[in-house]
Design a protein around this ligand. Structure first.
Ligand code: SAM
Length: 494
């Protein structure tokens, strides 16, 4: 008999999985959850309420293992995102070896290792990097899914898993066996696999100052925001000061922690733990009040110049308003944001104290925006760099720097800052739009089309507060119209 599951049962199931496994399933995954719940009830010959009560009261480990098999996505392959392994070999491991104390043993962790391809790739790259005698490298690899771990321990892979592995690497580190490839013993002996739940705060995995490098790629994206932050906190403490963290290409630490410096080499992004940071002290971001702006049109000059000119023109048309008292507390930014909304940049700057000598990232960012919009570009750059000294994961600071660099004629650096901002916050529309406009100016029509198409999608969902801060005086509709018109001009579909 097929057990029927009710909506409240699926909700309880969703809650238990989130609490215990850290995995978050949104409403688009309700059908999957109810299928899995139905299958588990049939397998356990259990009724919904009894089974759910058992899960909520902690359930036997075998049940969580079975759920991990059903609910995790294990897709992976050797040398996935090759540029990250280039950075590991070319920058990260040489740095660790230069700064490492005794013993000369590099310790790497693959957190969420799935069927082992990432862990073995770490061991291969680690082994190849040990050029001086006396060094060793070991890889600890953990996952929740026992079927994936069993495959990892067998170390036997199909061609598909080696789809991005060079012939040279295959020759050196794999032994062919029929239609499969087996990882060479010299690599296998460096890797230890274990079952672990990254959402478990007591896991032995998190012993303080254990690892030189952690790869935790394409795992956090399945976690709730709260669990993600908790895992990152534990992971931070488990890294040695100065140790490195690699996330998946679609993941970043923006808004999660301020315990890392952002690194950008070998065409990829990764993080280095700050020396001596123990606790996450990231402040809650400032959320200015959402308002609408006026519509704009298509511009031919530099985007940064367009913002400045538009701002000047509008500010002369606005009626004088009472000037608010200067800020007493550095985080009291609402009046300054209101002045920004009305494009009264000088007054807003007066309010927050020009270039505030505060360590408040919110005040610094707002002041950088105001300085840039009022044409004080050297001061804006200086403020951005001070902000990045406190929080080098500030996507906003990189975007404002991109505008300043464009104005200085340094288009390559402008694009670089936009790319960093877009990486740090993949939902941030303005750096994409700016990259599109820069590409169009440089004649890169295909790149312009790609970036502008992405910007169009992001603009639809961009928060009104962020448009107020970074939209340069243009509202959502105006920016979308600008995007569409430029796209069309570049031969794209508006
Ligand atoms: C898409 S794979 C990523 C594999 C590899 N890191 C990569 O990027 O190629 C995600 C892995 O994370 C594991 N995972 C998900 N939640 C986990 C948790 N709470 N604890 C440990 N592993 C987890 C899954 O079992 C799966 O094997």
């Amino acid at each position: 008999m097929i057990e029927l599951v009710s909506t409240p049962d699926v909700e309880r199931f969703r809650g238990a999985i989130l609490r215990r496994m850290g995995l978050q399933f949104d409403d688009t995954k309700t059908a999957l959850l109810s299928d899995v719940l139905r299958r588990r009830l049939a397998k356990r010959h259990a009724a919904g309420p009894l089974y759910l009560a058992e899960l909520e009261a902690d359930a036997p480990p075998e049940e969580w293992v079975a759920l991990a098999e059903e609910l995790t996505i294990t897709e992976t392959y050797f040398f996935r995102n090759r540029d990250q392994f280039d950075a590991l070999a070319g920058a990260v491991l040489p740095d660790r070896m230069a700064t490492h104390g005794k013993p000369r043993a590099l310790k790497l962790l693959s957190a969420g290792c799935s069927s082992g391809e990432e862990a073995y790739t770490l061991a291969i790259v680690g082994t190849e990097s040990l050029r001086e005698p006396g060094w060793s490298v070991s890889v600890r690899a953990a996952d929740l899914n026992p079927v994936a771990l069993a495959k990892a321990r067998r170390a036997r892979y199909s061609e598909w898993s080696l789809r991005d592995t060079s012939p040279e690497m295959r020759r050196r580190w794999f032994v062919p066996d029929g239609s499969t490839m087996i990882v060479a013993p010299a690599v296998r002996e460096r890797v230890k696999f274990e079952t672990a739940n990254l959402a478990d705060p007591d896991s032995e995995l998190w012993r303080p100052a254990s690892y030189d490098v952690v790869f935790c790629r394409n795992v956090l994206m399945y976690f709730s925001a709260e669990q993600r932050r908790a895992v990152i906190d534990r992971l931070t403490e488990s890294l040695l000061p100065g140790g490195y963290l690699f996330l998946g290409h679609a993941e970043s630490l923006t808004g999660v922690t301020d315990a890392f410096h952002l690194c950008h080499t070998h065409d990829t992004f990764y993080y280095q733990r700050k020396e001596g940071v123990e606790r996450n002290t990231r402040p809650v971001p400032v959320a200015p009040a959402p308002r609408a702006f006026r519509a704009g049109t298509v511009y031919d000059t530099a985007w940064s110049e367009t913002i400045r000119a538009a701002s000047e023109r509008v500010s002369t048309l606005l009626p004088e308003q009472a000037r608010p008292e200067p800020a007493r507390r550095s985080n009291d930014l609402a009046p300054a944001l209101d002045l920004l909304r009305r494009e009264r940049f000088t007054e807003a700057l007066d309010y927050i104290g020009g270039q505030p000598d505060t360590g408040d990232p919110g005040a610094l960012l707002l002041s950088a925006v105001l300085l840039q919009q009022s044409g004080q570009l050297a001061e804006a750059e200086d403020t951005c760099r001070r902000l990045l000294g406190i929080d080098d994961l500030s996507a906003g600071a990189h975007y404002v720097l991109a505008l300043c660099r464009e104005n200085a004629g340094d288009l390559a650096a402008a694009a670089d800052h936009d790319r960093i901002a877009a990486y740090l916050d993949p939902a941030f529309a303005m750096p994409r739009l700016h990259l599109g406009l820069l590409a169009r100016r440089g004649g890169g029509r295909e790149e312009a089309r790609r970036e502008l198409t992405q910007a169009l999608i992001l603009l639809e969902n961009e928060s009104t507060a962020r448009l107020l801060m970074f939209g340069g005086g243009f509202n959502r509709e105006a920016l979308i119209a600008l995007c569409r018109a430029t796209l069309q001009e570049c031969g794209g579909r508006p």
